[in-house]
Design a protein around this ligand. Structure first.
Ligand SMILES: Cc1ncc(COP(=O)(O)O)c(C=O)c1O
Length: 417
């Protein structure tokens, strides 16, 4: 069971900050994403506190949760944004983030996206190939601009995490191979419209062992040293995101201080601003997905299923990454059963938990799927004709609807006969 300052039981009832989840379900319906604003704020402050000895700039990785209110909460605390597409850039700007606090990533930026980001005046674009550098140079030239760029390096460090979220290994599509960097530095003189201001990496997500960061940072620092001898004036070293959170209380995440303890002494002597791009760390445990038990059923071999009204369309992580999520009763019962918690989608991979001990809640009662703040709502879909859920944000005893539930009209609004 996950119990925090933000989601906890009082009188056997699950509360978000000061609001009962039952109340939220009856006002807004289910499925419903519920986010604790205090959790967002405290996670950001904890991150900043851990790295306070290092001159740094934190750019929240919008891909983890792009709700405008989530982005704005961080922006109001001084945080920047890491965006991965023109759409995310648009969202960040709509949320009120200043363009000079936005960095633009992505392995396949379209020319229109490059032009849009240059037009907006983002802090820098992170280039992932020589071809992309050529494209940025050309677009900037056409616009009469000088583009500030960072080179995303693939340090060839295989971080131990799910294979679908490791990104710093040369088997993967991301970044420019570290071995190719000297050649890229040598060719840089031909790009009249580029200014190289950063070196960047991102080795994966949900990485528990700081040593992977250490290994990759050693390589980044060696390339930084080389860049200096070649006369480049690098201002930013971007370490990326990937810092872990606890999904399963039996596998607690390594504290952020352990990462800071290793990285600060390595990076401080470089004398540059270090950029971090945490996504999951800031948002994962700030939200739950509230869902109603529609049916309980037992098959002939005695296996029990709780069929709930949320599914892989609202949280695809168990299907995509075999991820663990705690599932908790909104009203606790003394008695428990072992069951699979499954959704209504026509896929066998549509489950939140298998063979899980769970409170024996009745049909019509509520469950909370925990840790749904990162890579949940952003990956939601209309598959099976589903309507994306509403989202609410709780701050103390205040509740704000931050995204309306989709309607049938919205489901078909872009289609033409
Ligand atoms: C370039 C980049 N930066 C940051 C992140 C955020 O990662 P996390 O949510 O694990 O912190 C990602 C995630 O895929 C990424 O691709």
């Amino acid at each position: 069971m996950l119990d925090s300052n933000y989601f906890h039981y009082t009188d056997k009832r699950l509360i978000c900050e000061e609001v009962r989840l039952e109340e939220l379900a009856s006002t807004f319906g289910t499925p419903l994403y519920v986010t604790s604003a205090k959790s967002l704020i405290d996670s950001y402050r904890a991150f900043e506190h851990a790295f306070e000895a290092l001159p740094h700039f934190t750019c929240y990785s919008v891909k983890a949760n792009f709700n405008l209110n989530v982005i704005r909460t961080f922006a109001e605390l001084g945080c920047g944004c890491d965006v991965n597409s023109a759409g995310e850039l648009y969202r960040a700007l709509q949320a009120g983030v200043a363009p000079e606090k936005i960095i633009f990533a992505g392995v396949g930026k379209k020319h229109e996206e490059i032009a849009y980001s240059l037009e907006c005046g983002v802090l820098m674009l992170k280039a992932e190939s020589l071809s992309e550098l050529r494209a940025i140079d050309r677009v900037a030239g056409e616009m009469g601009k000088i583009a500030s760029v960072a080179l995303r390096i693939n340090p060839n460090v295989t971080a131990e995490t799910h294979p679908y979220i490791t990104t710093g290994d040369s088997k993967e599509k991301f970044g420019i191979d570290e071995a190719e960097l000297p050649e890229v530095f040598a060719l840089f003189a031909q790009f009249a419209n580029l200014r190289l201001i950063g070196l960047d990496m991102h080795i994966g997500s949900q990485i528990f062992d700081p040593e992977y960061y250490v290994a990759a940072t050693v390589k980044l620092l060696a390339l930084f040293k080389l860049s200096k001898t070649l006369g480049f004036a690098i201002k930013f070293l971007d370490i990326g995101g990937g810092f872990p959170v606890t999904y399963d209380p039996l596998k607690p995440a390594t504290p952020i201080e352990s990462f800071a303890g290793k990285l600060i002494p390595m990076l401080l002597p470089a004398g540059v601003t270090v950029i971090f791009e945490p996504g999951r760390y800031l948002v994962a445990n700030a939200s739950v997905l509230l869902t109603k038990v529609l049916y309980r059923k037992r098959n002939h071999v005695g296996k029990e299923f709780f069929v709930v009204d949320a599914g892989m369309t609202e949280l695809i992580r168990p299907a995509l990454y075999q991820s663990h999520h705690e599932v908790q009763a909104v009203t606790r019962h003394g008695e428990t059963v072992v069951a699979d918690i499954v959704g209504p989608i026509c896929e066998s991979s549509d489950f939140f938990a298998r063979h899980r001990e769970i409170d024996a809640v009745a049909e019509g009662e509520l469950l909370a799927v925990m840790s749904c703040g990162a890579y949940a709502a952003v990956m939601s879909s209309n598959y099976n004709g589903r309507l994306r859920p509403a989202e609410v944000m709780v701050n103390g005893c205040e509740v704000k609807l931050v995204r309306k539930r989709e309607t049938f009209e919205q489901l078909v609004q872009n289609e033409l006969f």
